[in-house]
Write a protein that binds this ligand. Structure first.
Ligand SMILES: C[S@@+](CC[C@H](N)C(=O)[O-])C[C@H]1O[C@@H](n2cnc3c(N)ncnc32)[C@H](O)[C@@H]1O
Length: 205
């Protein structure tokens, strides 16, 4: 039997180069920040797959409780360094998004930027997002996509992501299957190749 692919090791190898690469691509950062308006500043927030913690730093500045959860110990070390240097609290945990070590109804917001497409079992990850969200809480995904307008360049880009092992999916359908109600689905960025999808857990005030 073949061994399962070791995603944590892949991201560990990328970790030292990831934040410098993000600095060279300010547009990437802007894409990730498109999730911020959806996360109420008063609430608790979980970022899944924060990588080196560039968005997590922003979340930690704005939210009383921001937690980062990542598969890769190497990425978490980078995030820890980044938060410490900024004098911010470090709340990080390691593991797989398909088994979150948090109680149900724990967070007002959950965000994933360019992390959902890295997770093979997307439905299991979104079921976990729905479980840990409080009723009324929002889950926001920002990721590369195959856009609804069928842009040939964006579809070509999506194929390149897939060649590198990413999964291009219909996040809205998977969110709905997890019990979330879609409140935003918008494509933007170069050739509409980026999509933000936001789902709300039913209930709450
Ligand atoms: C492409 S990076 C994105 C980093 C950052 N969020 C960004 O927007 O640039 C993907 C991140 O997701 C993490 N990741 C991949 N699979 C994961 C999983 N199953 N559970 C938790 N994190 C995962 C990786 O370790 C990595 O830090």
């Amino acid at each position: 039997m073949s061994k399962p692919f070791n995603y944590a090791r892949l991201y560990d190898r990328m970790a030292p180069f990831y934040a410098p690469a993000m600095r060279l691509l300010p547009v990437w950062r802007r894409y990730t920040e498109s999730a911020l308006p959806w996360l109420s500043e008063a609430g608790t927030v979980l970022e899944i797959g924060p990588g080196p913690g560039v968005l997590l730093r922003k979340l930690s500045e704005r939210h009383p409780l921001a937690v980062g959860f990542d598969l890769s110990p190497g990425m978490l070390r980078q995030a820890q360094r980044h938060l410490r240097r900024a004098g911010l609290p470090v709340r990080l945990a390691q593991g797989d998004a398909t088994h979150l070590p948090f109680a149900e109804n724990s967070f007002d917001g959950v965000v994933m930027t360019f992390a959902f497409s890295a997770i093979p079992d997307g439905q299991a990850a979104l079921d976990e997002v729905a479980r840990v969200l409080r009723p009324g809480g929002l889950g926001a995904l920002v990721d590369a996509c195959r856009p609804d307008n069928g842009s040939r360049i964006a579809c070509w880009l999506a194929r390149q992501w897939e060649r590198f092992g990413d999964f291009m999916r219909d996040e809205s359908a998977l969110m709905r299957a997890a019990g979330l109600v879609i409140v935003e689905r918008r494509e933007f960025g170069a050739f509409n190749s980026i999509r933000i999808t936001v789902g709300r857990k039913p209930g709450g005030a």
